[in-house]
Design a protein around this ligand. Sequence first.
Ligand code: PLP
Length: 479
Amino acid sequence: MDELRTVADLVADHLDGIAGRPVWRPMPGEERAWLTGQELPETGRPLDELLADTREHILPYPMGNGHPRFFGWVNPPPNRAGVLVEPLAAAFNPSCAGGDHAGPHLERTVVRWLAELTGFPHPPGGGLLTSGASMATVICLAAARQRAAAADGWDVRRDGLSGRAPMVLYVTGEGHSCLHKAAELLGLGARHVRTVPVDEAYRMDVAALRRMIAEDLDAGLRPFCVAGSAGTVNSGAVDPLDQIADVAASYGIWFHVDGAYGALGVLAGEAAPHYRGLDRADSLALDPHKWLGVPVGCGCALLRDPGAARAAFSLVPSYLVDDNAGDLGWFAEYGPEQTRPFRALKTWATLSHLGRRGVKDLVEHTSGLARTLAAMVEAAPDFELLAPVTTSITAFRHIPCAGRPTGRPTERPTEGPTEGLDALNRAIPYAVQARGNAFITGTRLGGRDALRACFLHPDTTEADLAVLLEEIRLAAKDL
Ligand SMILES: *Cc1c(COP(=O)(O)O)cnc(C)c1O
């Protein structure tokens, strides 16, 4: 297959050229039309033509996340070891549903490594790789629902949920949307997802959690799960996990942690104390395709009691019975997916290439950048920090009001006429993106429109932070 050499060149040219190209650029109309409007070819086209099309019409229009000045959402560049083995996974092409071949066995190791890195307990079979943390969350909450129903003497798989006390889930307003989607999908009903208030650092108010659970019990509802965040998307906040674990234990409810983005933050010396209690959770969702940079398509569900997930999902028809599967059975028994891709290879390659030290260095480097940006923001008269930095996200906003003295952060107008500032900060991300020199996204935080920069790229430097602030100023001037 000579075309593979062309692919190798395309991949290398793409990766090597990223830093010299715009971070992102809007798609020209005709290119968008080419991508969306193609006719299905009647007869097959040769491989070299497909590669030429890929080079011409696809590779020039990246999302931007390979670039060291991409700070949007939570999207890292791909780890190169992960990139290297992706064609091998495709060529090998197993289904990792289960069985005695390399894929499922390697997945056991990868899941154990992820548990070791985060300090989460790892019983045999205590987790599986998923498409992402959204799917991992479905698995963990399904396991929680299964356990709670069984404790009530209720077979949720046979009888569904109607006719019984509604199950209630507790998250903060900073909790990820995937928790809400999972709750809706599992038939809990959005009105049985409680929004627990947060403190001024956007961390769960645990006294309020305790109160809300007690009230729901009094009202005859069935609190079944509290989901804490180990790194929110908005500000990187880590909930007081140890205190949440106490509450969950005292009421006998499942404690889930969303560590999709931030679980690995526990490796950074300064942040580690914030993660106390992570190892007391019943389940942890984390995303190798976030901070680690495993090429997209890899999440992970870790479970203290994998039997709860197996009880929720195992359904082995006669054509899949494997008498040699051993005690743990097949991965497909622990989640909704049957045919499962070889996610373990790219994750194993990435973790092996970085080593524990490399992961820690990456987490510390990027967390350090977030703290440095926060300090730059605090020192600038025309920026305001909106949340403390715990992981590698800085939440802030631009307040271009001329003539105010510098270096006096306490005198900043955090209250007051904020509508104009909201509109400005809402418009800034796209204006910055369109300039092509940096990429930032926005959010709402504490009732205000905010900018947030998420650091995940190993090659981002402090000079890039200065570029970011200057790009924001220049973009804002034109608004
Ligand atoms: C990305 C993310 C999710 C969702 O995970 P996917 O991999 O996108 O399915 C959940 N929570 C947090 C904090 C995230 O960053």
